[in-house]
Each structure stands twice: as C-alpha cells, then as structure tokens.
Write a protein that binds this ligand. Sequence first.
Ligand code: NAD
Length: 497
Amino acid sequence: MRQIDHHIVGGAGGSARQSDIFDPNNGGVQARVALGDAALLDRAVAAAKEAQPAWAAVNPQRRARVMFDYKRIVEAHLGELAELLASEHGKVVADARGDVQRGLDVIEFCCGIPHVLKGEYTQGAGPGIDVYSMRQPIGIGVGITPFNFPAMIPMWMFGPAIATGNAFILKPSERDPSVPVRLGELMLEAGLPEGILQVVHGDKEMVDAILDHPDIGAVSFVGSSDIAHYVYNRGVANGKRVQAMGGAKNHGIVMPDADLDQVVNDLTGAAFGSAGERCMALPVVVPVGEDTANRLRAKLIPAIEALRIGVSTDAEAHYGPVVSQAHKEKVEGWIQKCADEGAELVVDGRGFTLQGHEKGFFVGPTLFDHVTPDMESYKEEIFGPVLQIVRAADFEAALELPSKHQYGNGVAIFTRNGHAAREFAARVNVGMVGINVPIPVPVAYHTFGGWKRSAFGDTNQHGMEGVKFWTKVKTVTARWPDGGGDGSNAFVIPTMG
Ligand code: NAD
C-alpha cells in the first residue's frame, strides 16, 4: 500500500494515526496518509523558524527567480501532476490540468513580487521629515486547504506567502494529499531553501494544533463554512491573522434576452463539471419569467441527458466520480430531501453505475424545477452534480435571490442587455460576479473572495490582497535635522501643520 508522508525537514518519522485515500473511480483504498499531531507540527514550526529569517533577507528579485524556476518545473510535470490529482480527487484529467494551471497563474504573479513589494514614500511630510512604508513578512504562515482544488488553492496561498519572505506550512485535505506533497518537493528543485515550504497532514487534531501554536502568525483557510467560521474564531482568539473562505451556492440569472444555447452550454459545464464539487459551480439557475424558464428547461433536459460520466482518465467524459462514498451518499440524501420538499425532480441521477466501475463514487446529473427559497435543499450547499431551477417573476425578484442567500461567493447573469448587467453587478450582494461568464474566478492578479458566509476575515486570496495578507506594513517617519532644532514644543502631539 502506497504511504503518503509529511514533507518536513528531518523526515516524517511516522505517525500513529493514518487515513485511507480512496480511488473514487473504483471505490477501493489506494494509499494511506499519515495524520500528524502537535508534536509533529512543533518540529515543522521549529524548522520554519530557523529557515525564515535568512529567506526574508534574500532580496526580492532572487526570491522571484525561485518562482520563475518553480513555474518552469511544475509546467514540466503538469501531465504527471494532473493524473495524480485526478486519481485521488476523481475529476477528469483535463480539468485537473486546469487545477494546476490556475495555481501556476498565481506563481506567475509572484514572479513580479519585487515590483509589488515596493513601499510608499512621502518626501517632506513635515519640515525635514520623510515618511516611508515597507511590507515585511509575517514570519510563519499556514494554509489549510480543501479537497476540491488540491493544486490551485495551495498555490494561491504559498505563492504569495513565500515570495514575500515567509516560511509556509501547508496542511492539505487528507482526502487527496499526494499532489500537495509533490508541489512541496518540486519547490526544493526550484532552489527554495529547506524549511520554507513544508507539508503536514492531518485532520481536526492537526488543525487545532495549528490554531493554537504561538509561533504561527497567519492562517489561510479554505473549506466548508462551519469549519471556516470555527477556524477564524479560534485563530483570531489566539491573536493570529486569519482569512477563512467557506462554502457557496452560486446562482446564474438568465434574462429573457439571453442566448439560451450559449447559456445551456455554459450552465451544464458550470453545474456538472468536476461533479459539481467547485465552490464556483453554478448549482442554481434563475430564469426570469415563465417563458424563459420553459424554454430553458426544454433545452436543458436533452443537454443533461447527453452528458457523459466516466472515469477520470476518460478523455471523452464530461465529469467523473465524487470524492468519496460518504459524499456520494450525502449528495443523494440532498436529492431525496429536495424531492421531499416538493420540488419537481426532472432528471434523477441517483443509482447511476458505470459498467466495469460499479463501486466507483458516481452520481448522475440531476435537475430539479420549481425549487423555492424556503427549501433547505436551496439554502444549503449540496456540492454535487445537482442543478436547481428557481423561477423568478422579474429582474428584481431574480436579483433578490442571490443577494439574500446566506452564501455570497459567486453569481452570474446571462443577458444581451448591458444596462441590466451593469445594474446587476452594482447591486448584487455577492463577492464575485460573472456577466455572461458562468464561473467568474478572477485572474491571478485580481483577487478571489466571497461575501457573507462564504468568507470570514477581510482579505481576499491572491493578487494584491494576498500580498497584503502575508505581510505587515511598517511605516517609518524620519527626521534629519540640520542642527539647532526647529523650536517646536515637544510636549504637543506633532501635527506637521
Ligand atoms: P472541509 O471543510 O471538510 O475541509 C477543509 C479543511 O478543513 C481540510 O484541510 C480538513 O482537513 C479540515 N477540517 C475538516 N474537518 C475539520 C474540523 N472539524 N476541524 C478543523 N478542521 C477540519 O472542506 P472540503 O470538503 O475539503 O471542501 C469542500 C468545501 O470547501 C465546500 O464547502 C466548498 O464550497 C469549499 N470551498 C470553498 C472555496 C472558496 O474559496 N470559498 C474554494 C474551494 C472549496
């Protein structure tokens, strides 16, 4: 049985507890991952503490060169990483390549770190006085990441953290930990000093040890909302800087003038791609007006029935299995719940089996119509290949749905009307908006972050927000008197007036 160990200075040294890594395509156990504890974390933190000051002292241009080399090395391993990722997650290999690539986009941004780390400067803020600021690393940062993007999300975090001079410890999901370990190993090949990027595995025990560790200055978390909230509260109570991204229930608003063929193409990809296991998936579609709803539904049904579900190595498959048997059961439980709540089950994906892979964790695509906002299955995240149609009478009613929902990660509007789109983008109470773009994940030099229960804390991932999260500002007020003093009263607060 393949063993996945921690990637820390001095070697993993074995862990008493272990967890199974499944092959979602076949349902069997393919590896075991070590689950670390507070003592193991102590070792990683001690190594990080020793390595970090010298790394912070490396000039930013040289730190950026490590990022350039890392980008080249990861690109050279892209195929191998995508296959490994798909084999533990279940997403199809082409989608897994996108997972790695979107992370690499952040590494590419970090190649420009010398430019973005420049501080501000005011000459002559007062008589003989100059003021300048600098961004300094926090020290030791930690990333705690979910199973659904095991390459992209770690890179969102460790790219800017490392490029700005921190040491970083990654605690990836214990469900698909192999790619995060490979990403750590490849950093050494790129010339990053030992101890600057380490990977520890674990579950709640390890997360709690991280949140309570006095030498860890910042924690970035991505996962489900209840745990995000918990991580945020406990980390902040311990004096850490914390950003914690949570779950989602993204809506796609379809205006009567939208190009429905384009919408159906975009929607099927955004709702069912990666088996719906994306925080930026579109699991709710809101057609505006009965006529739009009926026309959309008529086009959606054959498009859904034409979807090909296959193993993650099937190049023709639109999506693969979900991550675990427990998750499959949870998704199927939500399908039952939504039907029990009175929605119309138009396409039922339960009971789907793939010939030759009968024990795989597959869920067929599912479509509900006449879902209403009072239903639990609408309020909560399902995180599976389930699309819910919620009909809205007009634009205002459609705008209200995502705005009032507990989650506020992403939203999209499909329309040919520029005014409606502009109005929607300005007024909707959601963090990331797509206009005729179904999955509006911002590019790496912008920032990623939702609102409401989709994010706790006040700083987004990557882009300048990432740089801000992983650094603290120091502001220097300097006076170089030319002798004799300026006669000001030193007992009065300086005003520069
Ligand atoms: P999860 O919350 O189960 O796990 C996330 C991390 O928390 C993992 O590293 C896990 O080991 C750890 N963890 C699990 N249980 C814990 C506990 N009781 N105490 C402390 N730590 C614990 O999430 P997941 O199932 O891996 O990922 C899917 C979720 O992540 C979905 O809700 C999805 O919407 C969300 N997500 C959000 C974003 C975003 O940017 N907002 C991006 C991707 C995924």
